[in-house]
Ligand binder design. Structure first.
Ligand SMILES: C[S@@+](CC[C@H](N)C(=O)[O-])C[C@H]1O[C@@H](n2cnc3c(N)ncnc32)[C@H](O)[C@@H]1O
Length: 214
């Protein structure tokens, strides 16, 4: 989706930002508890005001969130009582956690520095084609060999023409199979997911993939 869609969503709040979870996502917990973040530099693209970031910061060496909409970052800082140092416009640092107010597509590998782990929840699926293809290519280009990329997706029927878009294992292999080894670590039937009742879906699966940059 284009920038204005997200700016309007954060301005309106409520159901427009219902992607925000009031707790740490179980897939984020899996990364924390599995030790994958220990000593790691972690990138959280399209971070919103996700509570996964403070959970990561307790284990990782450094966490870098990237978010387009400044008001989302302001809410994140207020909700978590974080008083950041603002070293330059759009850069908020507190301890080992940094949030950049940036368009992810403008971020270069040189800006970002080295990354060990990426956590993607509601990012790839936030974009329609062809932006999804562009996001996948841009993220791939930011990562050095050896980096891990945890990717959460939703796959549901009937498909909808609004975020989160349905993305299943075949599509993930299509976007990332050339550059990553892909392990499919979660494949959960989720009839209880809030989207099922909200949109009258027939089925919804929640996937988690752990990708390893070749
Ligand atoms: C569906 S939300 C997911 C937020 C977060 N990952 C979570 O789990 O709550 C997508 C987020 O990406 C942000 N966003 C959209 N396009 C972006 C871009 N080009 N660069 C950076 N952030 C972007 C939106 O403002 C929104 O906060």
């Amino acid at each position: 989706m284009e920038r204005q869609f997200w700016i309007d969503s954060w301005d309106e709040g409520g159901s427009k930002t219902s992607f925000h979870l009031p707790e740490v996502h179980p897939h984020a917990r899996y990364l924390v508890d599995g030790g994958l973040l220990d000593g790691a530099r972690v990138l959280v693209p399209l971070c919103g005001k996700s509570l996964d970031m403070p959970a990561f910061a307790r284990r990782a060496r450094e966490v870098v969130g990237v978010e387009l909409v400044e008001s989302a970052v302001a809410q994140f800082l207020a909700d978590n009582a974080i008083d950041p140092v603002r070293t330059e416009p759009g850069v908020f640092r507190a301890g080992n956690l940094t949030v950049l107010v940036r368009d992810f597509f403008d971020l270069t590998a040189a800006d970002l520095g080295s990354v060990d782990v990426v956590y993607d929840r509601a990012c790839l699926v936030a974009f329609p084609e062809p932006m999804r293809e562009r996001y996948a290519a841009h993220l791939t280009g930011l990562l050095p060999a050896g980096a891990r990329y945890f990717l959460n997706t939703l796959e549901y029927a009937p498909v909808m023409d609004t975020p989160p878009f349905s993305v299943g294992p075949d599509a993930v292999r299509g976007y990332f199979g050339d550059a990553f080894d892909i392990e499919h670590v979660f494949d959960d039937d989720r009839p209880d997911h809030r989207m099922v009742a909200k949109f009258g879906l027939e089925s919804l699966r929640e996937h988690g993939f752990l990708l390893h940059r070749r």
